[in-house]
Ligand binder design. Sequence first.
Ligand code: URA
Length: 489
Amino acid sequence: MRVVGLEGRGGLGEWREAARRLLLAGVPPEAVEWRQGTDASADLFDQERGVSEQKAALKDATPALTVPRLFLDLAATAICHADPVRFGVLYRVLHRLQRDRNLLDVATDGDVATLHALAKSVRRDSHKMTAFVRFKEVGPCGDAERRRFVAWFEPDHYIVARVAPFFHRRFFDMDWMIATPRGIAAWDGKVLEVSSIPGQKTALSDDTEELWRTYFSSIFNPARLKVRAMQAEMPKKYWKNLPEASLIPAMIAGAEASVVAMGERMARDPPAFHARIEAAANAPRDAPPPLRGTLEELRAEAAGCTRCPLHCSATQTVFGEGPADAPIMIVGEQPGDQEDLAGRPFVGPAGRLFDAVAHEAGLDRRSLYITNAVKHFKYEMRGKRRLHQRPNAGEVEHCRWWLDLELALVKPSLVVAMGATALFALTGERPKISDVRGTIRRSEHGPAVFVTVHPSFLLRIPDATRREVEMAHFKQDLAAVAALAAPRA
Ligand code: URA
């Protein structure tokens, strides 16, 4: 029996070198025992002639080995698996490939299937790492300006080196370290360092955790809950390091009851907006129009707005709210389902997300005047649900009447356009939001308009890592707004 010792976890380079030597020496797979890490007490070449002597002999005597490209890819992935059987399986497949070049095409072959299963498990673990790493901000280091983040993640396999380039690309503009029991990756703006030294879990927590929880509860729909699918997507073993996971048991436990309650409500009652729409349609129309000297008077006048057909199907006008002398005005697109019923802007999922991020960015909702480009909810019915529809240019134009009056009365020093509809209503411009976000646009007579994304955009991002990046970006935008509007010393 040849005993081959591999250092540490046994990386691809080391395994490949040993496998090549074994193969060229004609050693069959069943005659090899692979040992790893602290078990690696012996080496093929210690037992025989010594490494350099053997290498030199092989170099002179043998042609180069060739293997299919697919094997190289599978080996590079499967070698990251934590199961020590990987070395033997890889060597068996390599050995058999010398006689059967098409072996990898035989999906039913036991060795080929095992190799694919090892690689698949590594790929899945890598994907989960890209989705479930949760960074926490740590304070700045000395005078350095870059923000610093750390994360703790517990992968099943040795995937840190494999996944580190993904985080390098995604989080290029901040310093970060991801510690795991199977190695550490760190980026300081100059060097991406990856080591196989086990990291330490730190007991850090920051405001981002609350943000994750707000986000998660905002997108949770009890009627759509499929516990098995959710647990396949977010396996329980990752929960302990995911801030939002603490909400899951209560959400699952309460989901059935809320769906039953929703069902009963639907069966008994007409839609909540029905009675109010009917009442508005039947209201006497001969009241004199109120004056427009104050926001309250304007709000009362807007309540009877019939400037465009949207008033026919909406429950009520959702006018802006906030202090009459607010220095910052936030403009969204139009009220959503919950805003339409409540009669207040930004009180649904997008509003809750906005409130949480604004709070973290140093903006207090109570000090902001919050309104929408369009004051009535535009939707289409799908079964019993009202699905948001984007207002068209004509509807935005009609409603600009109210927005202009709000601007004239509140006189904010800075207006924030959240999303394309708000920007169009405020400036008449229709650029791609990604091209202009974070910039200030100036309309001819109006105040400065700071452009950012709409919070609903964040709620729609399916990929967790991208979402995290975009949320951080949104927070940066709102922090810039807070800084721009702060009174100068
Ligand atoms: N989206 C908006 O643009 N405004 C709201 O009030 C709610 C959701």
